[in-house]
Design a protein around this ligand. Structure first.
Ligand SMILES: [Zn+2]
Length: 430
């Protein structure tokens, strides 16, 4: 099933679409967009109605809330939200992801923003996804004989569809006992290891204790923001020059790292408009130019990305990204002396704490206009003093008032997404 579609997508992404100039990128996007809009007028009740009165660039922005409210009118395969949601929840509960909705797969996104997201993909889209992911991940040179270990929160039939002699996949459950996972991993000897940073850090701890004497060819961080400190530690402990990233969410496969370790947006299939925040930072507004079962059109993601100021040396014209800085709702809003609020990006706080030492794990939570709760795994006078010093130095440098810091013990939580910097105060966006 679908193997031909996987192979053809693989070949197209890997060899046939070298987009070397920005004009080649926009030519391709314009062509795909025209075709996609024709499809939407024909097949999506929601978009057909909207497109009657306006063009693409005047379409209202979508988000998770709109997607959930208008799910039945947006999707083009006649799926009902309640039915899809019930099936996805049942799959999640049984952790047996075999049940599909007709020929389509459904799943829940483990969103960080509190809303529950629902995704729906057709078999053709699933194959295209697998082909694109393989094209972006398999190392140069040898293409066959790879064993890919995937640690994911929710599996679905997606990952089983590609087991073959050329490439084998094994799915590891992030909820399973980590010691057992590490043992199974050693037995499998993956050439490519794909996992969220929170899981990679637990494998790193095993490696640092001598319990993981194995070097995969490539390591991929997925599904969570990869902090700089984690990136260094993972690279070192697992013997990698680069920790690669796949920026993949319910809304699509949005970016991948090139052989130089630089993130590039997958603009060969996704159109990304930018809501500029200044300093190269922006919130992406995403249109997936090929996804049809559940169209993603002018969808505003809550993430903050930072564009690179110069193009990447690898020669790709796909937009290069310096960092994914985290959820927009996790941008801290700290009070200046006059009471006005200053946005402090999650990444800026994480970077400041790189300079503090005396602890291994931390979490920062903003609980008031000028109040932070900082949890540390090693909580003593020294670690407290170092953290306080760095936060105050950052305050003085950026111009917000030195906040009150409440220190707390760090609690390990393997089931939650790792978000080191969180804002639990004020409005969702700013
Ligand atoms: Zn590059």
């Amino acid at each position: 099933m679908g193997r031909l579609r996987i192979v053809s997508e693989f070949a197209a992404v890997r060899w046939m679409r070298p987009l070397r100039t920005r004009s080649a990128v926009s030519r391709r996007q314009r062509r795909l967009l025209r075709r996609h809009l024709r499809f939407l007028r024909r097949s999506s009740a929601h978009f057909a109605a909207l497109l009657e009165a306006r063009g693409f660039h005047d379409l209202p922005l979508m988000d998770k809330k709109v997607m959930m409210e208008r799910f039945d009118e947006i999707n083009t395969v006649g799926a009902s939200r309640d039915e899809a949601l019930a099936l996805a929840l049942a799959n999640e509960r049984s952790r047996d992801f075999g049940a599909d909705l007709g020929r389509n797969s459904v799943g829940l996104s483990s969103g960080t923003s509190g809303h529950r997201g629902l995704f729906l993909v057709s078999p053709a889209e699933r194959d295209a996804w697998v082909g694109a992911v393989l094209a972006r991940t398999l190392p140069r040179g040898r293409l066959t004989g790879h064993r890919i270990a995937l640690f994911l929160r929710a599996d679905n039939t997606l990952y089983e569809s590609v087991g073959s002699r050329a490439v084998s996949f094994r799915y590891f459950d992030v909820y399973a006992d980590m010691g057992e996972n590490v043992r199974a991993l050693l037995e499998y000897e993956p050439t490519i290891l794909v996992a969220p940073p929170s899981v990679l850090r637990r494998i790193v701890r095993a490696a640092e204790a001598g319990g993981f004497p194995f070097v995969p060819e490539k390591v991929y961080a997925v599904a969570e923001v990869l902090e700089l400190a984690d990136e260094r530690r993972i690279a070192e402990a697992l013997g990698q020059d680069i920790v690669h990233q796949l920026y993949q969410c319910t809304e699509g496969f949005l970016a991948h790292t090139c052989e130089r370790g630089v993130l590039h947006l997958n603009e060969d299939a996704v159109l990304v408009e930018r809501e500029e925040l200044g300093g190269g930072r922006f919130v992406p507004i995403v249109t997936d130019l090929r996804r049809r079962a559940q169209p993603i059109v002018r969808y505003r993601l809550g993430d903050v990305l930072r564009a690179r100021s110069r193009p990447c040396d690898c020669g790709s014209a796909l937009l290069a990204i310096d960092r994914i800085e985290g959820r927009e709702g996790d941008t801290l809003l700290l009070a200046r002396a006059d009471g006005s609020l200053l946005p402090v990006f999650a990444d800026v706080m994480a970077r400041a704490l790189l300079h503090a030492d005396g602890f291994d794990e931390y979490r920062v939570r903003q609980t008031g206009a000028s109040r932070l709760e900082i949890a540390l795994d090693i909580l003593d006078d020294r670690s407290r003093g170092r953290v306080e010093g760095e936060v105050n130095a950052l305050a003085d440098r950026l111009g917000f008032a030195r906040p009150v810091i409440d220190f707390a013990p760090y609690l390990h939580d393997g089931t939650a997404k790792l978000r080191r910097v969180v804002r639990d105060w004020g409005d969702e966006s700013w």
